[in-house]
Write a protein that binds this ligand. Structure first.
Ligand code: NAP
Length: 293
């Protein structure tokens, strides 16, 4: 990639930001496309967020991703928010419009993209989601858009689960969403066609842990899909156990790639090489795996 006087800026804001994988995949795609952009990490402390957002148009930033801790805090600083970001309650992508900055969220789309490649009648699928944190919100929204019959969210804190459920009360899929304590799993698992881990259990360095024990995984139908949002290690212990039972498995790398591909497409307004983005990430993780997060 040659940086010239016409090079335009894209990037990701967060604090800290040094472990972000986004620059690796976005710059790989931009280079392949021959687009004269560079994608940079911007470490922005919470108290500097309004100043940074106001300054971005002045220095020619054309769009940016948003990560922890700014995903909610950025919302009042933007001129518009898409319905998707409103429902999820977080912004991960910001793009420039005639009205100013507009925030959206591509995590739900990134999550469902590998699922849409599978031959399933989603209107008959009961999904079980482990965890009710930030990423579970994108998963719920993605599954609702996919048309899942029932979305069952399982968590260990009943108060948080109730709040989680209430936060969706204005959506047209509220009646398809239920929340359950961890103890309900023996009743839920035998009917689950999709099980999603959105907890950090099993992530590097705790690679021997699984959110579900082997005996719980054995209760899932053999036709079920096991999906883990974690992408280090690949595959997780949870996915290894599921694969041993004959289940279809999906790890978190493709979600990471597809949420990024959807953002890049918004900024440069043309199809983007998602395979190149995935390959760049795999290469990077193989040589720097323990550093990435
Ligand atoms: P988060 O907001 O902190 O939520 C984590 C959830 O997991 C919470 O509901 C938490 O419950 C639950 N949890 C944590 N430890 C648990 C345990 N030992 N047993 C049961 N539940 C537990 O985190 P997040 O942002 O959603 O991220 C979660 C995972 O997804 C991380 O591993 C992250 O790397 C991954 N992720 C991947 C992608 C991707 O693109 N592939 C995108 C986003 C996130 P409490 O509230 O009770 O603590």
């Amino acid at each position: 990639m040659e940086i010239t006087g016409q090079t335009q800026l894209l990037g990701v804001i967060g604090y800290p930001i040094r472990h972000s994988l986004s620059p690796v995949m976005h710059n790989a795609a931009l280079t392949e496309l021959g687009e004269n952009y560079v994608y940079l990490p911007f470490p922005i402390a919470p108290q500097d967020l309004p100043t940074a957002i106001a300054a971005f148009p002045l220095i020619g930033v054309k769009g940016f991703n948003v990560t922890i801790p700014h995903k909610q805090a950025i919302m009042p600083l933007l001129q518009g928010i898409t319905p998707t970001a409103q429902r999820i309650g977080a912004v991960n992508t910001v793009y420039w419009t005639e009205q100013g900055w507009r925030g959206t969220n591509t995590d739900g789309l990134g999550f469902v993209t590998p699922l849409t490649a599978l031959d399933r009648d989603w209107s008959r699928v009961k999904a079980v989601i482990l965890g009710a944190g930030g990423s579970a919100r994108a998963v719920v929204d993605g599954l609702a858009q996919l048309g899942c019959q029932q979305i069952q969210v399982v968590g260990r804190n009943v108060e948080k689960l109730t709040q989680f459920q209430q936060s969706w009360s204005a959506t047209d899929f509220y009646h398809r969403l239920t929340v359950h304590p961890w103890e309900s799993l023996p009743t839920l698992l035998p009917e689950a066609q999709l099980i999603v881990n959105t907890t950090p259990v099993g992530m590097t360095p705790q690679i021997d842990q699984s959110p579900l024990s082997e005996s719980f995984i054995q209760q899932l139908p053999r036709t079920a899909i096991a999906y883990d949002l974690i992408y280090t290690p690949r595959p997780t212990h949870f996915l290894q156990l599921a694969e041993a039972q004959g289940l279809t498995i999906i790890d978190g790398l493709e979600m990471l790639v597809q949420q990024g591909a959807a953002a890049l497409q918004l900024w440069i307004n043309r199809p983007v090489p998602d395979t190149t983005m995935g390959q760049a990430l795999q290469d990077y993780l193989q040589s720097n795996g323990s550093l990435a997060g």
